[in-house]
Design a protein around this ligand. Structure first.
Ligand SMILES: Cc1cc2nc3c(=O)[nH]c(=O)nc-3n(C[C@H](O)[C@H](O)[C@H](O)COP(=O)(O)O)c2cc1C
Length: 267
């Protein structure tokens, strides 16, 4: 398996697939991987693999972006009775999509108006379960990859907010620099590369002596999902780099203006 940093750098939204069904070795590896995932915050979630070949005609499954040729889908299902249920499910779903990237499979988070009733029927939801996201999985149609941007090679062709626009030192409004982030600069860079709905990047992090405090901006409907993806990139990168710590809900942590507290990473 590639390093998680490599997987994060390689992953990008893939919307055009060759139509080729998943090879048995890829399908069984993926099934085994998703069966072994667990909710990072003690909630309940599952990921369903649905071999639903969509044909070669482009279909608008989400509110934006057209998907074609996908031989299968993954569906993200969480139980809404726990506080960070959806956020943790999104963490798991991103782990699954990074694993797909590692096997050379394309994917794309879809939270738009896909035909939920069909997916829901196939997934047999209980009354407390929700299905907010699906992703196609399959072999990407080869596409010319733009060369890395000289100004910021880590970002390749993907537009992202500057480091100091989402990461802060001590309090909101005081931008954190990669230099000041020290050994945590790479985990933060991996957060920057996280996918988010409409590429809104609604995560905000305040660093202080106690650790790193994660927030989500209120402005957008998928902020909890996007926050879960950011937490996944952050923690998985820390683990890979041997930076020890864990997520802790510091209940009384001050709310930022226009941002809701999610959780803290305590060193
Ligand atoms: C929660 C969520 C919902 C998304 N919904 C859609 C969607 O409905 N249609 C679509 O084409 N892309 C969707 N995307 C993909 C984003 O547009 C994409 O991740 C973002 O533009 C960054 O591009 P990248 O994934 O290539 O890095 C979604 C992403 C996330 C995280």
């Amino acid at each position: 398996m590639n390093s998680v940093i490599e997987q994060i750098r390689l992953r990008r939204s893939v919307r055009a697939f060759t139509g080729e069904p998943l090879q048995a070795r890829h399908e069984s590896a993926l099934l085994e991987y998703i069966a072994g995932l667990s909710h990072p915050f003690g909630g309940k979630a599952r990921i369903e693999y649905l071999p639903l070949h969509m044909g070669s005609a482009p279909v608008r499954l989400g509110t934006y972006g057209v998907i074609s040729g996908a031989p299968a889908f993954l569906a993200m299902i969480y139980d809404n009775s726990s506080a960070l249920g959806k956020t943790g499910a999104s963490y798991m779903f991103e782990q699954a999509l990074l694993y797909c990237t590692d096997m050379g499979l394309g994917s794309c988070w879809l939270g738009g108006a896909f035909s939920r009733s069909n997916f829901k029927k196939l997934c047999n939801l209980s009354p407390t379960e929700r299905l907010p996201i699906v992703s196609p999985v399959g072999y990407p149609v080869a596409k010319a990859v733009k060369p890395p941007t000289p100004a910021d090679p880590a970002l390749m062709d993907r537009p992202r907010k500057p480091f100091g626009a989402t990461f802060f030192s001590g309090s909101f409004g005081n931008p954190l620099t990669p230099e000041a982030a020290g050994s945590y600069a790479t985990p933060f860079e991996m957060v920057r590369l996280a996918p988010s709905a409409n590429n809104m990047q609604p995560w905000r992090v305040v660093a202080d002596a106690a650790g790193f405090h994660f927030y989500k901006t209120f402005s957008f409907g998928f902020a909890s999902v996007d926050a879960g993806i950011a937490l996944c990139h952050f923690e998985q990168t820390c683990r890979e780099l041997g930076l020890s710590g864990s997520f802790k809900a510091l209940g009384a942590y001050p709310e930022g203006r226009n941002a809701a507290y999610v959780i803290s990473w305590v060193r």
